[in-house]
Structure formats: C-alpha cells, structure tokens
Design a binder for this molecule. Structure first.
Ligand code: AMP
Length: 401
C-alpha cells in the first residue's frame, strides 16, 4: 500500500515530510481548538522529565504546519506539496476500525486558494483509492464557509437546536456551548433526529458559495462522483470552505476512510504569514479493511507472489543458494533461498505454503547433470536448464507469467 501511494504521490509532485511522533502539546491544542474532542478526550498527554507538556501526535496537519512555519516556508510564496505516512495516537475505546495507534497517509498543499486546487487534491485522493483497488467508496462534500461565516453558521445551529437542548445527549449539551457544529456529527440517534435538516451551507457567504460551486463543477468535469452533504462537518475547528469525507459501506460503524478540506487560516493562527492550504488524511488500516471487501486485493496478492522465486538447495551448499538469490535480486527479481538443512520435499512444501510461484532446484542430482530445475508451483510443471542458462531462461519465464 505504501509503495503504491509513494508512486502516485511522486507523480503528483508531492515530497515526503516526517514530523516527530510527539510534540509540545500546545502545537495541537492551539491548532485543533481547545474544545475539539481530539484534544479534550483523545490526546495522549505526558509531562517529560523537564516538566514540559508533550503529546503523542493525534493527527498530522498541526505538526506539518508547525514545521512549515518553523522553517520559514510561509515566507517563500511558492506552492508546497507535502505528504506524510505514519502512526497517529488517540486514546479511544478500541473497536473494529478504531485503534489507539493507527496509520495515516496525509497530504497538505500550501499556497493556493484556488477551488481547482481543492479539486486536484480530491483527484489525488481518488487516484490513491484506485491504486489500492478500493471500490464502493462515496465522497461527501460540503462547504463550511470562511472565518466570517463561522459565527452565522454557529448561530444558525444554536437557534435551531435551542428549543430541544435538554433532549440532546450529555456530550452534545456541552457541545452546544463550546462547539455546536459537532452536534451535527454526533452518532446518537436522538441528536441526529434533532439536528436533521440543518443545512450549514445556507449560512455561507456568496464568495464561499461560488468557491464551492467551482469545486463541484470541476469534480463533475473530472468525472469524480460525489454527494453534496450539507450536514457534514469535520471534527476540527480549523477547516474553512471545502470539507470532505470518503466513506465506505463495508466498514461498519467507523465508516470513514479519510477526510480533509481547506484550512486557509491555520498557518496564520499558528503564528505564520497567512497562507491558504488544503489537505486530507486517509486511515490506512481502514483502507485495508475496505480492500478485504473487494476481490481486487486478493488478485493483487497473487500477482505479488507470482514474481517471487524460492531457491531450494537440498543436497548442495546453502551458501551457494545465497549467492544464486543475489544474482536474481540483482536482476530485480524478488527471491529467497532455503536456509535449513532439510530434504527437498520439505523445502517444496514450505515454498508452497509461503506462496512462491517459482522454485529453482539445485540438489546433488542437478549438480552432477550440470543443470538447474525450474519448477512452476501453480502448474506443477518443471524443466531442466543447463547451468549457464538458468538465469536467462528463468527471467524469460517470469516475464511471461
Ligand atoms: P481524522 O483525522 O479524524 O479526520 O481521521 C482521518 C482518517 O483516519 C479517518 O477517516 C479514519 O480512516 C482514520 N482514523 C481516525 N481515527 C482512527 C482510529 N482511532 N483508528 C483507526 N483509524 C482512524
């Protein structure tokens, strides 16, 4: 998965950034918002030996923005494209699709406020999902408006929910005061019923509406299917304008594969110059779960196996085997040598179990005859090849399979 992602990301002009696994907790509290659940409930917080407050990173964007500012990239005026891949940590109750340590792939594009940039980032997301052979996903899109619209949106949500406040769940009673937008993605059915029909996009200004229209139109022309979801809000405070989420029906209750959006104010909020930005993060374990629901992944695994060769050395020197696999690897052919002193039959059983499609056999008999045997484990056919030619012949067979 990671290799596929790196190939796609390179084609899209992204470079890797690696941020620390833990940072001063203020990096997260100042960017994600003090009231965000990821901060109040899910962040692993520690004091180190010097009494400094540090946190295991719960997500990637805050650290990337911190590094972006620290290295003066906010002053460079160009377009910067970063991706990251690695573990994130959230102190949640584990369940299917929800772990305390999980892996995300994220991208961040700094320096463009254009709606076409939003569409291009979504095109990348779709390319990644295609590269991973994930099918059956649904892209949901909404506009959360700009900083100036935020008050109007919050007021609208409060006004609609205020008569029913007492009926909200306990968490949402607190959210009503601190972070009313989050009520819209509460999983409790009573809160969902009460907030049903609230459309945040009606409270956004003309310029933001125009931006959203351009993103939608561009996605249409790029043939990227999406659904407008005026009810969708993202968990974090920093999103502005475009917000999106990719969900998958095969994942159960935790159905989000990934999400993201625009965050035009975050760089400035964290102490840098104002630089518009857009990005997303995908949960890699959830992508694996979604892959398992489609047959494409199984085919991919078989294709991986077909390329690999096991070199069996019953009756000949295991060290010779180590040299032969090196010859194969130099030609870019993945290969593993037998390392145990055991009979040929056991070696072949092992190769079969590990899923190698090709086995090269060089035992005592083969040595006497001056040949290598190349065996196709799928068809069970085998051929004897003069020792000078075995490498070339095997390479030809692999190219054909
Ligand atoms: P978020 O940063 O919350 O928008 O998460 C982005 C993506 O990361 C989600 O859509 C999930 O695929 C994945 N994710 C978030 N939290 C978890 C978790 N606790 N365990 C596994 N995957 C997660």
């Amino acid at each position: 998965m990671e290799e596929t992602a790196r190939r796609v990301l390179k084609l899209h002009g992204f470079r890797e950034i690696r941020t620390p696994l833990f940072e001063e907790s203020a990096v997260f509290t100042s960017s994600l918002g003090e009231a965000a659940e990821i901060v109040t409930k899910q962040m692993y917080l520690f004091e180190d030996r010097g009494g400094r407050k540090v946190a295991l990173r719960p997500e990637g964007t805050a650290s990337v923005v911190r590094a972006f500012i620290e290295h003066g990239l906010d002053k460079s005026g160009g377009l910067t494209r970063f991706y990251y891949m690695g573990p994130m940590f959230r102190a949640e109750r584990p369940q299917a699709g929800r772990r305390r340590q999980f892996h995300q792939l994220g991208v961040e594009v700094f320096g463009s406020a254009s709606p076409y940039q939003d569409a291009e980032v979504l095109l990348l997301l779709v390319r990644l999902l295609k590269g991973w052979d994930v099918r059956g996903w649904v892209l949901k899109l909404n506009s959360l408006g700009c900083r100036q619209d935020r008050e109007a949106i919050i007021e609208q949500v409060r006004a609609k929910l205020s008569p029913h406040r007492q009926k909200l769940c306990e968490d949402c009673q607190v959210r009503f005061e601190k972070n009313p937008l989050r009520i819209l993605d509460c999983k409790e059915s009573r809160c969902q019923e009460l907030s049903f029909g609230i459309d945040v996009s009606t409270a956004v200004c003309g310029a933001c509406r125009d931006h959203f229209e351009k993103v939608s139109r561009t996605l249409g022309r790029l043939k990227i299917p999406f659904e407008k979801d005026p009810h969708m809000v993202r968990g974090l405070d920093y999103y502005t304008r475009t917000a999106f989420e990719v969900i998958h029906g095969g994942l159960g209750a935790q159905n989000a594969l990934g999400g993201g959006g625009r965050y035009d104010d975050l760089v400035e909020l964290m102490g840098g110059s104002p630089v518009p930005a857009v990005g997303f993060a995908v949960g890699l374990e959830r992508v694996l779960m979604a892959q398992e629901t489609s047959s494409g992944a199984a085919q991919g695994a078989v294709a991986d196996r077909a390329a690999a060769v096991f070199v069996s050395t019953a009756g000949s020197d295991i060290t010779d085997g180590l040299q032969w696999v090196e010859l194969l690897r130099e030609k870019g052919i993945p290969a593993v040598a037998n390392l145990e002193e055991r009979p040929l039959k056991r070696q072949l059983e092992q190769a079969d179990k590990w899923g190698f499609q090709w086995v090269v056999i060089r035992g005592e008999m083969e040595r006497e005859k001056g040949v290598f045997v190349v065996k196709n484990m799928a068809s069970r056919s085998q051929e004897e090849i003069p020792e000078k030619m075995w490498l070339n012949v095997l390479q030809k067979r692999l190219n054909r399979s």
